[in-house]
Ligand binder design. Structure first.
Ligand code: FEO
Ligand code: CA
Ligand code: CA
Ligand code: CA
Length: 673
């Protein structure tokens, strides 16, 4: 998603700036650990050295032996680092190739007209959506040359989506096309169809990878019928005009990262969904605590103002009494903010919203390896300032080959508390536990789940610096999470897990569950890296990052099967290549060896984009990497003049398009090795 963090850089900008998504909405009184940090630091004598010493103290404290550290000798990192980049292209190491693949607008079914900036809404439903994000290659019969690719389309950039309709208007990356204060119906349809998820078969040919026709190819959009499952199913929270029984809803929105279940299905996250809704009336907590817009036009695309007034559109007006007599969509926002399960191999199966994983701005979800006879365990971050990291442990145990996903409908959701001494605790969000009683405002489990953020406030979870992707080390079972940045954190709010005020550059935290039991409620944590330039960063061994690996705003995170940790960055478009962010160049991807702590830059992307989404084929000889929102740094003035900051990947005068790049080695070897 475009990173809104930096829109606040100018303090004269309205604090009510209105994309809802990452607006801080956590006003609970949970401790920020200032007192305890001070106590801990004093005890250990770290205060004398100031922040740098305190930071070093929380890095590498618990998970590994200092004796294992060795500079530049990682057996996992076999490539030469690339320099930071500012060019409008993808740069990979010597001996590697990058080929553009699966652009927004590429057809996945039907007899499609050619892609152009005036494709209709219906045509968009047969094309890949815009702004690629989470993704996974599902091998067909174990093949590394034939699979079903699943790809999220997080959001849209209207000025590029409707490239032949903007007629010289000066539009920013978030501006909407209005027509006399209303939205055009087909433009809204196209925007809804450019959202969601794509499933498409991909095959390796002699000339490279291609999309091939297959009955399993499908687009899942903001309009696709979905099932609601888990404790919230059938409750009053999700009773809507569309589903009076509260068992179904329409569409999925703002699908950021993803997860792959132990039974080989895909989960798409619903991240910054709140801004799609408008409620200018009194907002209940399940809207206010998530940042539903209080503006008549909403925070995003104003879909409820489509001229035709179709139900699919006006449902985004979430007032208790809607725009027209007889319309009432007050519960529509309760149908979003979930993880959505998709079985890529069964095109007839409706996606399922798994409500026991909680309702918040889900960045993604990451699972521990499924083990027969053990519960299923996964983690999900809530990407907003001062929000939380969550864990789900199933009630039932995993049996390979037997589960259909309903195992996610029974269990316990927890929120993380990171104690200052390097220990941590999972706080159950369940009736009667951690203060979650009817007297405290939580009637039952469904009420807790619909109001997950409020429940975690009461339970006393630790407020984090925008949790983004997580990843589980396939070798050790340690869990890593990116904390991308949080420039709102003050000195008084610093804690050992979020150790910097005005955290511009972000960090990566990790933990190991007690006794290596994934279902444990206790863990030990430390910081893997504090990102930044040579003056502000700290790598795992306490040294600063240097020219081969400086980075900022870690976001995407993925372990390959060898235990190589891939780190992707998302410096917001309003900050890229300027001021304190100038040293980092365009957004990039690095690889790390979690055991030696070494980090090396592997790839830099084109202008204005973020790198998000990565996976390989099972043989690790082909890697797919997502390039989202190229050209987003185009200013309104340049847009009006037809000067776009990027023309990637098509070149010439083309409108920029999100796409994947397929990365291979000239010698056919494993990527990264
Ligand atoms: Fe969709 Fe938090 O990035
Ligand atoms: Ca982003
Ligand atoms: Ca992200
Ligand atoms: Ca981000």
């Amino acid at each position: 998603m475009r990173d809104y963090e930096h829109d606040y850089a100018d303090p004269t900008q309205s604090p009510d700036w209105e994309h809802g998504d990452e607006r801080p909405s956590n006003i609970s009184g949970n401790p920020t650990f200032f007192d305890v940090i001070e106590a801990r630091a004093s005890r250990r004598g770290f205060l004398a050295g100031g922040l740098a010493a305190a930071v070093t103290a929380v890095i590498g404290a618990g998970l590994s032996s200092r004796g294992a550290l060795a500079a530049s000798t990682s057996p996992l990192l076999g490539f030469r680092p690339v320099p930071v980049g500012e060019a409008d292209t993808v740069v990979v190491p010597e001996g590697y190739r990058a080929q553009v693949f699966a652009r927004w607008g590429d057809a996945i079914s039907g007899d499609m007209p050619a892609f152009h900036g005036a494709n209709t809404g219906a045509e968009q439903a047969q094309q890949l959506g815009q702004n690629h994000d989470g993704q996974h290659f599902f091998a067909i019969d174990g093949s590394s040359e034939d699979g079903l690719y699943v790809l999220n389309h997080e959001y849209i950039e209207p000025r590029f989506l409707h490239a032949e309709a903007w007629n010289g208007q000066a539009l920013s990356s978030s501006d909407v096309l209005w027509h006399d204060g209303a939205r055009d119906d087909d433009e809204v349809l196209k925007e809804m169809n450019a959202h969601g998820v794509s499933v498409f078969r991909v095959r390796k040919r002699a000339e490279g990878w291609e999309i091939v026709a297959d009955p399993r190819n499908r687009r899942i959009t903001a309009l696709t019928p979905m099932e609601i499952a888990g404790p919230v199913r059938g409750t009053a929270h999700v009773v809507t005009k569309y589903s009076p029984e509260g068992t179904a809803s329409r569409g999925t929105l703002n699908n950021c990262a993803y997860g792959v279940t132990p039974w080989n299905t895909y989960l798409a996250a619903e991240e910054n969904w709140a801004g799609y809704f408008s409620n200018i009336g009194d907002q209940p907590r399940e809207q206010a605590r998530y940042g539903v817009s209080d503006k008549p036009e909403g925070g995003r695309y104003g879909w409820h103002l489509a001229k035709g007034g179709a139900d699919d559109c006006i449902r985004f007006d979430a007032r208790a009494t809607g725009a027209d007599a007889g319309q009432d969509y007050r519960n529509e926002p309760n149908c979003f903010g979930w993880m959505v399960e998709i079985d890529p191999f069964d095109p007839d199966k409706a996606p399922v919203k798994r409500t026991h994983l909680g309702r918040f701005a889900h960045e993604g979800v990451v699972f521990h390896k499924g083990e027969a006879g053990k519960p299923v365990v996964c983690y999900s971050g809530d990407d907003a300032r001062f929000e939380y990291i969550y864990k789900f442990v199933s009630r039932d145990v995993f049996q390979p080959g037997e589960t259909d996903g309903s195992i996610l409908d029974h269990g316990t959701l927890y929120a993380a508390r990171f104690n200052p001494d390097g220990s941590g605790e999972w706080l159950a969000l369940a009736p009667g536990r951690n203060g979650l009683t009817p007297e405290a405002g939580f009637a039952d489990l469904a009420d807790i789940l619909v109001n997950t953020r409020a429940a975690a406030d009461v339970a006393g979870a630790t407020k984090m610096d925008r949790p983004e992707w997580g990843a589980v080390d396939p070798v050790t079972g340690a869990v890593y999470f990116t904390l991308t940045n949080n420039t709102r954190r003050t000195e008084a709010q610093v804690d050992p897990a979020n150790p910097r005020s005005n955290n511009q550059f972000g960090h990566i935290i990790r933990w190991r569950e007690a006794r290596n039991d994934a279902a444990s409620t206790m863990f030990d944590w430390d910081l893997f890296v504090i990102a930044g330039d040579p003056k502000t960063s700290r790598a795992f061994d306490g040294a600063a990052l240097g020219e081969d690996n400086i980075f900022a705003a870690p976001d995407g995170l993925w372990f390959d099967p060898d235990g190589r940790l891939w780190i992707q960055t998302d410096i917001g478009e309003s900050a890229q290549n300027a001021g304190d962010y100038a040293p980092f160049g365009n957004n990039q991807m690095l690889a790390a060896d979690p055991r030696t702590g070494e980090i090396r830059r592997f790839l830099t992307g084109p202008v204005g984009q973020e790198i998000t989404g990565v996976c390989t084929t099972p043989d690790q000889r082909t890697m797919f990497v997502g390039i989202q929102h190229p050209g987003a740094t185009t200013t309104p003035e340049d847009h009006a003049g037809g000067r776009l900051a990027s023309h990637w990947p098509d070149g010439g005068a083309a409108v920029p398009r999100s796409a994947l790049v397929v990365i291979t080695r000239e010698d056919g070897g494993k990527i990264g090795a």
